[in-house]
Design a binder for this molecule. Structure first.
Ligand SMILES: [Fe+2]
Length: 145
């Protein structure tokens, strides 16, 4: 199932909303690769590696901007929010490391489990983090960057 952007995700900070839209695209891209290659995922190992690297780059630049905006607006739950970001970053790094271990990239069964974990994790982030923690700072933002 493809994740659809909806106005309920809007923070009304244009830079952050466009980055969140990009995350939707990255997730949908991963899901499409998975759905279309379910029976021979090892043939798509390069695409998977690229997708995880793109997620890592996205994460670093997006969190930096979000954290700067929250700081600039003296958002009171900044520290807890940064902790959530750090956990997400750790998970992405962990996934990236798993890809480099053993024969994962050539094993269809292990890749299937890997893809399912990755997709579940990303989907949970959309509903648990963007719809909760990110919307929580929305009323505090008076200045953008
Ligand atoms: Fe956030």
């Amino acid at each position: 199932m493809i994740a659809h952007w909806d106005s309920k995700y809007e923070t009304n900070i244009s830079e952050i909303d466009s980055q969140h839209k990009k995350l939707f695209r990255l997730i949908n891209n991963i899901e499409t690769v998975y759905e279309e290659n379910k029976h021979h995922l090892s043939g798509k190992s390069k695409v998977l590696l690229d997708a995880v690297s793109e997620l890592e780059d996205y994460t670093l630049s997006h969190f930096l901007i979000e954290e700067r905006v929250m700081e600039l607006n003296q958002y009171p739950n900044l520290e807890a929010h940064i902790n959530q970001h750090n956990k997400f970053t750790d998970k992405i790094l962990d996934l990236k490391n798993r890809l480099g271990q053993g024969n994962l990239l050539s094993n269809d069964e292990l890749l299937d489990t890997f893809f399912k974990d990755l997709i579940d994790f990303l989907r949970a982030w959309l509903t648990n983090h963007i719809l909760k923690e990110d919307l929580d700072y929305k009323p505090f933002i008076k200045f953008s960057i």
